[in-house]
Design a protein around this ligand. Structure first.
Ligand code: F6R
Length: 262
């Protein structure tokens, strides 16, 4: 059955705990699993819970491998706004994953095409991504796949929109420092994962979430491509889910499915 699984959590905490539990269950079942990870503010509480599970409940991530969705270009990994720095700071430095098993696209590469092809090849060699974590931009982007990105796109260099450059400028000392490019997994790369989990919270994501789950599949809302994935779970808080028209049905499905699993 191909259908988006939509979970409406009561708040960010429940959203993050639900996602962390799914990831931890996978890590326990398949200790050498491959995780696809995202940056941004949305997954931070979920990463905090994974750190807690590691420190307090002995969750062992020593055999896990990971691939991040994207990285600015050009940027040095030591820059405090690089996504490599973000991942080390918010997750990797606090769990027992081996750093050499974590991949983030290289924001310093000189041969972009070769690097992107090698990123795809490394994902394949690792056996493919078991769970891909995603956030969503208010314009429907996933990774740095802005509206218009092809559904079959793979890891590549993209030009950031004026709007994204403007939005990102708040994190940099000057406008000149804001990267104009990024290297991102493509939508095709994301769809090739075995299970995508998209998280969204807050009312400014509500429109994008409604389009992703209930609108047509269109490159104008890149996240809508998840409707084509064999297994995709959307976990939102009530605010981000407030514009979903079939809310009652999603809750009904969850209630009946949990009865079936008892
Ligand atoms: C992050 C990424 C982006 C973010 C999205 C939401 O690696 O690829 O697509 O997930 O922009 O960002 P936040 O969570 O900051 O609202």
């Amino acid at each position: 059955m191909i259908a988006l699984d939509v979970i409406i959590a009561k708040d960010v905490n429940e959203m993050s705990m639900t996602a962390a539990r799914i990831m931890a269950d996978l890590v326990r079942k398949k200790p050498n699993c491959v995780l696809g990870l995202a940056t941004g503010s949305t997954p931070i509480p979920m990463y905090k819970e994974l750190i807690r599970l590691h420190k307090e409940e002995g969750l062992d991530l020593s055999r896990v491998r990971s691939f991040n969705l994207d990285e600015y270009y050009p940027i040095d990994p030591t820059h405090n706004q690089s996504y490599r720095y973000f991942m080390d700071h918010h997750l990797f430095d606090h769990i027992n994953i081996k750093k050499e098993n974590t991949r983030v696209p290289d924001g310093r590469t000189k041969d972009i095409a070769a690097h992107c092809a090698s990123y795809e090849a490394q994902i394949k060699e690792a056996g493919g991504i078991d769970i891909q974590i995603l956030g969503i931009g208010s314009n429907g982007h996933i990774g740095f796949n802005e509206p218009g990105s092809a559904i079959y796109s793979r890891t590549r260099l993209v030009v950031l929109t004026e709007r994204t450059i403007q939005d990102n400028s708040r994190f940099f000392d000057s406008m000149d420092e804001v990267p104009r490019f990024a290297i991102t997994m493509g939508i095709g790369t994301i769809l090739a994962s075995r299970h995508s989990i998209l998280l969204a919270n807050g009312k400014y994501k509500a429109e994008a979430v409604a389009k992703l789950a209930e609108g047509p599949v269109t490159s104008q809302c890149p996240a809508s491509a998840l409707q084509l994935q064999e297994k995709a779970t959307i976990i939102v808080d009530e605010e981000a889910g407030s514009k979903l028209e079939r809310k009652d049905y999603y809750n009904h499905v969850r209630a009946l499915m949990s009865q079936l699993q008892k």
